[in-house]
Unconditional design. Structure first.
Ligand code: MN
Length: 285
């Protein structure tokens, strides 16, 4: 199932070139009171929501996907976890390009661990990215992103994939410079998820997935998740040994080679096999 959010916080199921509006299903979520439980309320109740959405599809109104404004498929992730330098060819380009390394000795994820991106940076493809720092290089990073379903701590690699609710395309936008990643990668609109969340059963095995990012029709990044240094199960296990994972937490798995700058007016076309494609416009302030 391809679950999306669109327009004015509508809930949808993407089917071919249309979206079925199943917003009424969200009314069946259990009521909340303060303090809120950790994690995303919809993802925590995903099993029940899926059943209800599957029934609601038949009576739903449909809209063309091309006519809706897609939001992040996860509304309230408790954490957006990033994987620094998780492809070897991205390590090589980072070491070769002063515009990326800024005088630092770039290493891989084994050395850095993980980083966190602010929740306030999250948008969907229909909202676009703001490249507001005209004085700085703003780069695209396409990444396979996964959404945690059942959370937990100290999750063994062998069980890790059973903790995945689904997958989305992720853009880990970044300004290059010497500051900490949590600063450079957390500007407003610098975390894009979309076009929808494909449930884990539908994508299947994430270990050899092709993906590509074009800017204004020109291919910039083209890679396969088989080249991840820490693959999806290892990332989940590794993250869960540092942080309790909650339903709706997002892990962006890292970007391959080909990162480059974008400017206001550019359009990023992102595609991941088994998920789909999305267009994300870049604008100035
Ligand atoms: Mn990244």
């Amino acid at each position: 199932m391809r679950i999306c959010r669109f327009d004015d916080n509508r809930l949808g199921v993407a089917i071919d070139e249309e979206v079925a509006d199943v917003t009424s299903v969200a009314d069946r979520l259990p009521p909340l009171s303060w303090p809120l439980p950790p994690g995303d309320h919809f993802i925590r109740n995903l099993d029940a929501m899926r059943k209800a959405m599957a029934q609601a599809i038949h009576m739903s109104r449909r809209k063309a996907l091309s006519e809706v404004r897609l939001l992040s498929p996860v509304a309230n992730p408790g954490k957006i976890i990033g994987a620094p330098v998780n492809y070897l060819l991205h390590l090589e380009e980072s070491r070769a390009d002063a515009g990326i390394h800024h005088g630092t000795d770039v290493k891989t994820i084994d050395t850095y661990g993980l980083f966190l991106k602010a929740g306030s940076s999250l948008v969907g493809p229909g909202e676009g990215v703001v490249a507001e720092r005209a004085d700085r290089r703003t780069d695209h990073e396409i990444e396979l992103a996964l959404v945690i379903g059942g959370g937990g701590r100290d999750i063994p690699e062998a069980e890790a994939l059973s903790h995945v609710a689904g997958y989305t395309i992720g853009l880990d936008m970044t300004i290059r410079g010497t500051e900490d990643r949590s600063y450079r990668k957390s500007l407003d609109t610098f975390s894009v998820l979309g076009p929808w969340m494909v449930t884990a059963d539908e994508l299947g095995d994430p270990s050899a997935v092709d993906f590509e990012l074009k800017v204004n029709g020109e291919t910039r990044q083209k890679a396969n998740t088989r080249d991840l240094i820490f693959n999806v199960p290892k990332l989940i296990s590794y993250a869960s040994h540092a942080y309790r994972l909650d339903p709706g937490d997002v892990i962006m798995t890292g970007t391959p080679e080909g990162v480059a700058l974008v400017e206001p007016g550019d359009v990023m076309e992102c595609r991941i096999d088994g998920i789909g494609a999305m267009q994300v416009a870049v604008r100035g302030l």
